[in-house]
Structure formats: structure tokens, C-alpha cells
Ligand binder design. Sequence first.
Ligand code: 7TS
Length: 402
Amino acid sequence: MRKEDFPIFKTSVYGLPLVYLDSAATAQKPSVVIDKMTNFYQSHYGTVHRAIYKLSKEATFQYEETRSLVRAFLNADKNEEIIFTRGTTEAINLVAYSFGKAFIQPGDEILISEMEHHSNIVPWQLLVEDRGARLKVIPFDERGVLDLKAFEKLLSSKTKLVAVTHISNVLGTINPIKEIAKMAHAVNAKILVDGAQSAPHMKIDVQDLDVDFYLFSGHKIYGPTGIGVLYGKEALLNAMPPYQGGGDMIETVTFEKTTYNVLPLKFEAGTPMIAEVIGLGAAIRYLQNIGLEAIYTHEQELLNYATKKLKEINGIHILGNADKKGAILTFTLEKIHPLDLATFLDLQGISMRTGHLCAQPVMRHFGISSAIRVSFGLYNTKEEIDYFIECLKKAVEKMLWI
Ligand code: 7TS
């Protein structure tokens, strides 16, 4: 699907065609994103929001146009609810800091799940330590499915926030966010959804999901690095104090007292990532032209095909066997170290990730310290999966023989 849109696939690795199976870490960039940013730097570059000359007015228009694109991409109600951040990690830290300052008291509880990326664990640990609150963890079962009964038991009037991932970056599990949101709201808790792994792969509707916060990274949706999005319900964002102080986020400054700008600029201190925002806009346009439904269908086909083929390999253990999964396959192989395998496959031109995958608690759940992960993007093909399986079989044969 549209592989020709991505110039990186014209390059080779060790003289071999590049087979890129690490889109869960970061996605490759289509020409429309690269060209848009180059053109902006070459012919249109200027600062935003603060000057009246033509370049600045045009840059501001494109910057704010992207906010409208993101609003539509997430089906948020208002542009004020879209905050640009450096990425998912910064968006979570922003909420942990600002929501925490406004709403978390000693004795309050924050619930996260056992399948979170470190980015959706550590900011909450920092917060609860600071506020004298408590962090509780929703477990998952042997298939990698969240235990909603245990979740229900953990919920109480002390719960102030539930922070869960939409799709696990290790298990691939697609969590039932609508149901989780309903359960959280029933005890008056807010819900934050880590959309780093869902925004690139499926249609998101924050109003239908009824989530209070949803965040994602530009670089995983075929856009540039250094840019991400925080969606938050307007009333909540209005009730939260600024995360950082500086230019753009103020209304008036005196040495005695500063008043803050309105949303969304209240949370965008300093000269922002202008070219990155504009690049993100190009990525969203690109995705919308293809259609998220078409991307989801294509990647589900790849996932099912690869799962079937992988299961034929002796000694393989797939981590995460939920009924609803995103395009992520993590596994271990008996008697073969993930690093050896990754090194062998790299020499065949295959890029994939090994290690703890930034989710050490998930590794601990399975009693391992590292695993192998392949993940798919819209540009991957069945032929690439065939090649990967062929190389994997060769590797297993060679390594077991040694
Ligand atoms: N949350 C999830 C579920 C993720 O998968 C990642 C990145 C993040 C948060 C952090 O995103 P960032 O853009 O702020 O870094 N996941 C991965 C991965 O699986 N391999 O490398 C990065």
C-alpha cells in the first residue's frame, strides 16, 4: 500500500532492500511531509503568533490550520482543546503536572495498567510521590487482556484519574476504551488515553470514546519527530494551571503578577515547533486521503497473515493473544537470544526491535527480560512478511545448529 510514497524505500541496507518492521517505534515519512517541511524552511519560514509581517502571518495560518486538521482527525469539539507538545511523553508529563497540581490530594488514587509504556508509568510515579497520593495497577491476563473485574474492584471514590493505553506497544491489545471510560466516569474519575499506538492505525473519535485526555506522537503517524498532541476537554484544561511559563502563554506580565493566555496557547510556552507542526499537518492530510479505515483493514490483514506464519515456527511464544489487536507482534524463541536474532535479521535488511520495549513490567509479567517485536505500517506488504519469515527460519536453523 503506497510504498512508493516513501523515499526511504529507494535506499538499501547492506545492499539489500530495506524491510522496515519497526513502525511502532517510529514511522517512515512520505514525500509530502518531507517536501512540505523543506518548502516551508526554504520559502515560507517565519515565527508564529507574534508578528504582523507576511511570512509570520502565513506561518501562523499554517500552524493554526494544522490545529484544525488535528481537531477533525480526533473529532474533538473545539480547536482550543488541541495542545501541541513535543510528543506523547511530554503530553503525559503535562497532564501529570498540571492536572496533578489542580486535582490530586494526599490519599487520592491514580490507576494505570500493567501494560503501560514507561511514559505512562513514570510521570504518575513522580506525581504520587510529590502529592502523597497512590498509584494502583490494573492487571492483564495470560492473553494480554486487561482484567476489567479487577479494574472495577480498584475503582473507588478515591480514584481521580485512570491512565491507560489504547493499544499496547508490546502485546498489541486494543483496550475497550469506551467501556473503561464509562467505568471511570461512574466514580467521577477522569480518563487519559495514551494513543501513541492507536492514532496511526485506526479512526479516533474522542467524543464517541468520551475520554478526558487523549495524546499521540507525530513521528508515529508518519509526521516529524519533536511534535505531539494533547487533546483535553476544554473545561478541564481551563481548570488546570500552565505547565511551563514563557512567551505566548501569557496575557499580561508585571513583576507582581502575570495573567495567562486563553486556551490553547496557555499550554504552549515559547516559540513552538513551527515546521514540525506544519509537517504534522501534511501527515494528517496524507492519512486522511488514504483513509484510516483502509489503513486499519490493510494492517489487520498483515497481522493475521504474519501471526499464522509465525505460529508455524517451532519454539515460538507470542506475547499477547487478544481477540482485538493492532499491527504489533511480539515474541520469544526458545534457546535463541533476541539480540542474536535481531543482529542476524539486520544483516538481511530487516529493521525490528528487541529488548524490554520500554515496558519492563510487561516483560516481568512473562518472566523475561527481553523480546522480539515486529510492527507494521501502511507501507508494509505480504511479500515483506514472507521474506521476514524465510529469514527467521534460516536464523533459527543456524542458531540451533550452533
Ligand atoms: N506510549 C506508548 C504506548 C508508546 O508506544 C510510546 C513509544 C510512547 C508512549 C512514547 O512516545 P514518544 O513519542 O513520546 O517517545 N513507543 C516506542 C516503542 O514501542 N518503541 O520505541 C518507542
